[in-house]
Design a binder for this molecule. Structure first.
Ligand SMILES: [Cu+2]
Length: 600
């Protein structure tokens, strides 16, 4: 077994974009807060524009502006890394070496797994006919930038994946072209220690854009991907075999549906995914895997091609579970009708009539199944985004990256004349204040087929995506696939002078934890700052902006040089497997994560 690799110090890039030197940090921070809260409060009359007088921070300026020194000022985040974070310049994963500036070779990182060895697994499958990617995956070490290449003998393009209890990575479905015989039943298992692929028993059904979910007992459930009403299947990691759940048929019109296990054992699907799903469901797997379906409430807005995050607060009893849904909208937004779109489309709304939006909602799932679900609106993002990724950070904030408005494909060849606008600017959500703040802009457009992965060192790896303005037809997209990656260092890594912040640290190596067990965790505090939060984040397994991530807040007590922490209470709070354990101090600064194997 490979040991967990040490994670090096963060890379601090001090790129300063021109025109950004004017704002001071305090003004920018205040501006960020006011920008987030003003949307609902705009009253009569036009709002002041850039450079116009404003009398204090409470007077709202026009969109994208904040009041600073009595003038409406454009928010320029780039000069304040402790406010906006920083991107390292893009690099390219190649088969033979790194830093091919043309980006015309190498791995297209549209499937990602954050492995419990600390390495990142990236692959694409073969892709569309003219893409013809080599069937190779790449594992990359964010600490050393070293990488290895692995071969496999199949096309897992647009499969889905999840982690198994021993850390192995299960990949199922995908293949070339939807609705064709080439749609896959194939199942592959990646051994994260040997870094080898093994094909195991295939599913009964062919599935394109399915969703995989690790269950509380460590098996893996697959749903959807058939475009029909086909039974659920469950993979047993001990036997490498699938079992079909007879009588579990349920149409899943959407693909890659978001699914999460609730602390009460039910599985919630808010019908957020790809294609049009019209009702949310709760699934219970009873004795003998009898599937019981129950209708449930979905969000109010239409979040197709949006993203969801899932949070469990295990410091209270029963554990509180909350899901948030972010943005989305049907991506081929042509022929828009004002009656369609932001809210559930009227039945008369045709596919393609729901434009991208910036709406964010939250639902408390603690009593799901026993009480009606109430989705409530949160502050909207600054930008409307379809194909957005939202990354939960150790400090509890959520970082939104990527996406576009104006449709999925800008295919002049196909006679489409609408204009795609890429959303380069990223945004940070603070749940404590229910505000969004603009953060640093991406260097490449990252929309369809991009991924965003929290690294153990607290940075975020952003890969893949497509640039529809580049040559290439819908089914021949190699030229438009972006094979670069860029890494975002969030503001919590920076002191106010832009230097790296001192961080708390966990001074012990790989840890195993049993459910409900209390354990001593040796820690070092940074500058004497107390620990204020202990959180386990599931390592990212994501494609098409659909992951299975969960953030689990844990009870703890602080001693002088150690924490007494309590592992997740049950397997429905934390299905068995590896998690990234972070401690976060009073300044919001996270430690480097330690991988913890949670189980019976
Ligand atoms: Cu795809």
């Amino acid at each position: 077994m490979k040991s967990v690799r040490p994670v090096g110090s963060i890379l601090v890039s001090l790129l300063v974009l021109s025109g950004c030197e004017g704002s001071d940090g305090s003004g920018a921070a205040a501006g960020a807060g006011s920008a987030g809260g003003k949307a609902d409060d705009a009253d009569d009359g036009p709002l002041p524009g850039e450079g116009d007088y404003c009398d204090d921070f409470d007077e709202y300026c026009n969109d994208g502006l904040y009041c600073h020194e009595e003038a409406c000022t454009r928010f320029e985040p780039a000069a304040q890394p402790w406010v906006s974070g920083e991107f390292t310049p893009p690099s390219y994963f190649t088969e033979d070496g790194k830093d091919d500036p043309s980006g015309q070779t190498g791995i297209f990182g549209m499937h990602v797994g954050m492995l419990p060895t600390g390495r990142v697994l990236l692959f694409a499958g073969r892709g569309f006919a003219s893409s013809g990617y080599p069937m190779r995956s790449l594992t990359w070490d964010p600490a050393t930038e070293a990488f290895d290449i692995q071969d496999y003998d199949d096309d897992v393009f647009c499969a889905h994946h999840t982690f198994l209890p021993n850390g192995d990575f299960l990949v199922a479905g995908g293949g070339f072209l939807p609705n064709s015989v080439l749609k896959h039943r194939a199942t592959w298992r990646f051994d994260v220690r040997d870094e080898t692929w093994t094909q195991v028993e295939s599913m009964q059904e062919r599935r394109w854009y399915p969703s995989l979910l690790t269950l509380p007992d460590g098996r893996a459930l697959v749903v959807s991907g058939t475009s029909g009403s086909d039974p659920l299947e469950i993979f047993d990691p001990d036997t490498n075999r699938w079992t079909t759940l007879e009588g579990s048929e349920k149409p899943f019109p959407e693909r890659y549906p978001a699914m999460r296990i609730l602390p009460n054992g039910r599985i919630y699907s808010p019908r957020i995914g790809w294609d049009h799903g019209d009702e949310a469901v709760l699934l219970s797997l009873g004795e003998g895997d009898q599937a019981q379906w129950q209708d449930a409430q979905g969000p109010n807005a239409f979040h197709e091609n949006g993203d969801v995050t899932f949070h469990v607060d295990d410091t209270v009893s029963p554990p509180r579970a909350v899901m948030r849904a972010y943005a989305g909208g049907i991506v081929d937004a042509r022929g828009l009708d004002s009656e369609c779109g932001a809210n559930h489309p009227d039945p008369d709304c045709a596919e393609g009539e729901a434009p991208e939006h910036n709406l964010v909602e939250q639902v408390d799932l603690t009593q799901a199944g026993d009480a009606p679900l109430q989705w409530e609106s949160l502050a909207s993002m600054k930008h409307a985004r379809a194909n957005v990724s939202v990354v939960v950070l150790p400090d509890g904030k959520a970082w939104a990256v990527g996406g576009q408005v104006g449709g999925q494909w800008n295919d002049a060849e196909q006679g489409n004349d609408y204009v795609i606008e890429y959303i380069y600017e990223t945004e940070m959500y603070d749940p404590a204040t229910d505000t969004w703040s603009p953060t640093k802009a991406l260097m490449h457009p990252r929309q369809y087929h991009h991924t965003a992965t929290l690294l153990p060192d607290g940075r975020v790896l952003v890969t893949g995506g497509q640039d529809p303005t580049r040559a290439g037809k819908l089914l021949g997209g190699k030229e438009r696939d972006i094979r670069s990656y860029e890494i975002y260092s969030p503001p919590y890594l920076f002191a106010e002078d832009g230097s790296a912040r001192e961080r708390p640290s966990i001074s012990t190596d790989p840890i195993a934890a049993r459910y409900g067990e209390t354990m001593e965790l040796p820690v070092q505090l940074a500058e004497g700052r107390d620990i204020t939060r202990v959180v386990m984040l599931s390592p990212n397994s994501e494609t098409h902006h659909t992951g299975t991530g969960r953030a689990i807040e844990l009870p703890f007590e602080q001693g002088t040089d150690s924490l007494s922490i309590t592992a997740p209470s049950t397997n429905t709070v934390a299905p068995p497997g590896f998690y990234m354990l972070f401690v976060v101090d009073a300044a919001g600064t996270p430690s480097v994560a330690k991988f913890v194997q949670v189980g019976e």
